[in-house]
Design a protein around this ligand. Structure first.
Ligand code: C2O
Ligand code: CU
Length: 519
């Protein structure tokens, strides 16, 4: 069955006419949550086909090389631990196959949609050309079932990125994969380079992510009432009468909305832990990516400290910690130098008490040597990386200048009703933030909810905070009661989403558009 796109194609065609008008602020959300075609002010926008978009890409350093890939999104039966589960995946594997290129290469990815729903692919964290950003009905028409679309864009910055659909709850299936952009100038003082993808899993174990969304949103009221108790469905965190069940001090309260039976490292649960072999005495670069939908992970390597070198692709001054907290959409690169032996790499689902694990084993250790599963290394409760510990390296810094746009945005919403937004408005009702090429933009997010949210901006890497040495990131966790300011230079024209990277919060409205308008 073909689920029609929430946004209709006619609207997209209007959007793609070069200078377009996008409606936000139109009063009806429609069946769907649609950016429409007339803004309250009726101003023209820099739409996905505006010439400035190709011009911005052409101005970037290019190697002239084109790296080609095929990607097929389709239903698949995959092995997770001892179970065979029905889900949706890229080319039948979880995670999808890593794409690895060099900075300045052009990627050409032919995507075939064999899912029973529309899809798009978003290249998370990349400052790519807007028309390839993969946001349905904002930057492109959705790829219909049975259809294909080829993404072609220059990869401007080195680092750890990833990709996933930007449609419905598809990310909470197996539809995600790493995208690594290598830096030819990186000295590379490590012996192995290993991606560690973290994920919270429930698909195919009794229910699908769409079922979870329906339960959270109260759209399956009949079922709930029939069962006699609201919130008794497995997979939900209703607790008693909507009170949070998952609490975390380090997340400042409610840790998440969804109870996942499994947590995965590179597609594998603890019962089937992967082993990463490191040459004796050598160093490993671990690239953590949180591809989860509703879980922050606290990670630690038993018996060791980790040296953080990058976040969200960009370098930071090295800082040694025992544990890291990684929100959905965030990435951290660390260097570890394991002592001879086999060590547990543990990702604790923060506030949810379950873990995903891997073994880091040096090449001189016996192949049978392994830490017992289910360990809680002391490092998990040791020195935890704080946002304030991170300083961008000198070349990665964004200098200070007075902002041309300076907005305060309140993050709003609740569990009952399950509705999220910015300034009390669910997408697309919150007016877009209008910016012009060349401007300095400061957005201050104030979290008025009882839950933390990882805020993600498309197409730009902002600086966190007002200090020029603040880290460069594209996703930042904002805890309840906190205010976090981000700053960026408007150097990549187009229409860009800014949203919470909790899959369910995004679907229920915590999103808006950062909209370039003509200067
Ligand atoms: Cu990884 Cu708009 O998201
Ligand atoms: Cu959120």
């Amino acid at each position: 069955m073909h689920t029609p796109s929430p946004l209709n194609r006619r609207r997209f065609l209007q959007l793609s006419a070069g200078a377009v008008v996008l409606t936000a602020g139109c009063t009806s959300v429609g069946e769907s949550g649609t950016p429409g075609t007339t803004s309250p002010a009726g101003r023209p926008l820099i739409g996905p086909e505006h010439p400035s978009i190709a011009a911005a890409e052409a101005a970037r350093m290019s190697t002239g090389r084109v790296a080609k890939f095929d990607l097929r999104a389709a239903p698949a039966r995959i092995g997770i631990g001892r179970r065979e589960l029905d889900t949706w995946a890229f080319d039948g594997v979880i995670p999808g196959k890593e794409i690895r290129v060099t900075r300045g290469d052009t990627l050409e990815v032919a995507v075939r949609n064999d899912l029973p729903q529309d899809t798009t692919i978003h290249w998370h964290g990349l400052a790519l050309r807007n028309d390839m950003d993969g946001v349905h009905d904002l930057t492109q028409a959705p790829i219909l079932p049975g259809e294909s679309f080829t993404y072609r864009f220059l990869a401007p910055h080195a680092g750890t990125y990833w990709f996933h659909p930007h449609m419905g709850t598809q990310l909470d299936r197996a539809l995600y994969a790493p995208l690594i952009i290598e830096d030819p100038d990186d000295p590379g003082v490590y012996d192995i380079d290993q991606v560690i993808v973290l994920d919270d899993w429930l698909d195919g174990i009794g229910r699908t992510p769409d079922d979870v969304l329906a339960s959270l949103a109260g759209m399956d009221m009949d079922m709930d009432m029939g069962s006699g108790s609201m919130g008794s469905m497995p997979g939900m965190d209703h607790g008693s009468m909507g009170m949070p069940e998952f609490e975390s001090e380090i997340l400042g309260g409610d840790a998440g909305d969804v109870d996942y039976p499994l947590h995965l490292i590179n597609g594998r649960p603890t019962a089937d832990r992967p082993t990463i072999e490191v040459p004796a005495g050598g160093r490993a670069r671990l690239r953590f990516i949180n591809a989860g939908s509703d879980t922050a992970y606290r990670v630690a390597l038993g018996g060791h400290r980790m040296t953080v070198t990058h976040t969200d692709g960009f370098p930071v001054e090295p800082v040694e910690v025992e544990a890291l907290l990684i929100g959905m959409g965030e990435r951290y690169d660390v260097i570890v130098q394991p002592q001879s032996g086999a060590w547990p790499l543990v990702a604790l689902a923060e506030g949810k008490d379950l873990t995903a694990e891997a073994i880091i084993r040096t090449s001189d250790a016996a192949a049978t040597q392994a830490p017992p599963p289910g360990e809680h290394p002391a490092e998990l409760d040791g020195r935890l990386l704080a946002l304030g510990d991170l300083r961008a390296t000198e070349p990665a810094r964004l200098g200070t200048r007075p902002p041309d746009v300076d907005e305060l945005i309140k993050m709003t919403g609740s569990m009952m009703p399950y509705s999220w937004g910015f300034d009390g408005a669910a997408f697309p009702q919150r007016a877009p933030i209008e910016i012009r090429e060349g401007q300095r933009v400061r957005l201050t997010f104030e979290n008025t909810t009882t839950m933390w949210h990882p805020i993600h901006l498309h197409g730009h890497t902002f600086r966190v905070g007002n200090d020029p040495s603040g880290p460069r990131k594209d996703t930042v966790n904002v805890l309840p009661g906190e205010q976090v300011a981000i700053e960026f230079d408007a150097d990549n024209p187009g229409q860009w989403m800014i949203h919470c990277h909790n899959t369910y919060h995004l679907e229920r409205g915590m999103a808006m558009v950062t909209s370039y308008v003509p200067s």
